[in-house]
Design a protein around this ligand. Structure first.
Ligand SMILES: [Zn+2]
Length: 380
């Protein structure tokens, strides 16, 4: 053995896909995880990283971002906003539809280092109108009927892009749009992600493996639009959805995460399956910033570090049907690794309404490795 490309030594390895939480070494060779155990012999290896005191996880997976950069106003550059913050894989949640996805694929997905999967918006033009300068959000969220939908075109595009397009997204539209999204997902044989609006009606269209995002938004509670009713009780349809295997996703964004809603939901047993950012041009400079910051909010809310890491590694990999490939440090998986620091102190973090909670612990990223290549390194 002439050594590995990279060996990360002495970090606290947290890999929920294998139930691992202990100090171990990880070796990468030829772009894949080559070994994972204590005391790996690093002699002859090209790069040895001492991760003492840090947390080593599989590369993070952000299940809700908008990254059709240069195609729509709402998008962020995935290499800067996601990969450099630990997310080696992201799911673009319906930024484009059947009419403009090919531009996204050709000019962004094919040219960035981040591994990008996509959901196709059921609206054919995707979300091209969002986050234009000076645009007001009010009135744009849920219930619109002025949509252009072509189910045949949507299904056809998915069939031709199955390596990248993993499902359908319903966002901001009326219930007619949910019905057409259900039909398209059934015909294409793919997952459906819906925003947590027009509840509890919308949930009825979701099946095992489908995703409801913006779990803890606090909009229009008096109309029972999301998780809670006006008395702060979880609407019973959410428990039914969990029982049939619907995935609950955070999708923080600029309007979709409220501390008070998350606290009431968690008190009543509604935990997120996946923690995602909904990073877009309106959330990138706050209140979201990045995935480690969103993860930190759930540490504050009482999830264990293992639960938080699972919600950004093993679980989203399973939702995407890629659990042997990403979100795990099993030998043979992609050489995607995040090295994180967990700082203790006093960190005021805001929700989408600007309400702050003082968090005692905050995660940040120190190193990112994608397909065996070090793409971010910072001193710690
Ligand atoms: Zn979104």
């Amino acid at each position: 053995m002439s050594g590995y490309d990279i060996v990360i030594k002495n970090g606290l390895v947290m890999d929920p896909s294998q139930g691992i939480k202990e100090v171990m070494d990880v070796a990468v060779l030829d772009g894949v995880i080559a070994d994972l155990r204590r005391g790996i012999n690093a002699s002859g290896s090209r790069r040895v990283i001492d991760a003492s005191g840090a947390i080593v996880t599989p590369g993070l997976i952000d299940l809700h971002v908008h990254c059709c950069y240069g195609i729509a106003y709402l998008a962020v550059n995935p290499d800067l906003a996601c990969l450099a913050k630990g997310s080696t894989t992201v799911l673009d949640a319906g930024s484009t539809g059947e009419l403009n996805f090919m531009g996204f694929r050709r000019y962004v997905i094919g040219n960035v280092k981040t591994r990008v999967y996509a959901l196709l918006n059921i609206e054919s033009q995707g979300m091209i109108e969002f986050s234009r300068p000076n645009q007001r959000w009010a009135g744009l969220i849920a219930g619109r009927d002025d949509m252009f939908i072509n189910v045949d075109g949507t299904v056809d595009l998915i069939r031709r892009n199955r390596d990248v397009v993993l499902g359908i997204k319903w966002a901001h539209h009326g219930i007619e749009g949910v019905k057409l999204a259900r039909e398209a997902a059934d015909r294409a044989g793919c997952l459906l992600m819906v925003e947590n609006h027009l509840q509890p009606e919308t949930l009825k269209y979701l099946r095992k493996g489908d995703v409801v995002t913006h779990l803890y938004h606090g909009l229009r509670i008096e109309q029972h639009d999301g998780l809670l009713d006006e008395k702060g009780r979880v609407q019973p349809e959410f428990f039914e959805a969990v029982r049939r295997g619907v995935i609950l996703d955070v999708g923080h964004g600029a309007a979709s995460f409220r501390w008070s809603v998350a606290e009431k939901g968690l008190e009543q047993g509604v935990k997120p399956d996946t923690i995602s950012t909904d990073l877009h041009s309106g959330s990138y400079e706050g209140p979201v910033y990045d995935l480690p910051t969103t993860m930190s909010k759930f540490l504050y809310l009482g999830l264990s570090l293992e639960e938080v890491v699972r919600a950004v590694t093993a679980k989203p990999a399973e939702v995407l049907g890629r659990e042997n490939f990403i979100g795990t440090l099993r030998p043979g998986a992609c050489g995607d690794i995040a090295v994180l620091r967990l700082e203790e102190g006093s960190f005021p973090l805001a929700d989408a309404a600007g309400e702050r909670r003082v968090c005692k612990r905050k995660l940040s990223v120190i190193k990112v490795i994608k397909d065996g290549e070090i793409v971010l390194t910072s001193p710690y």
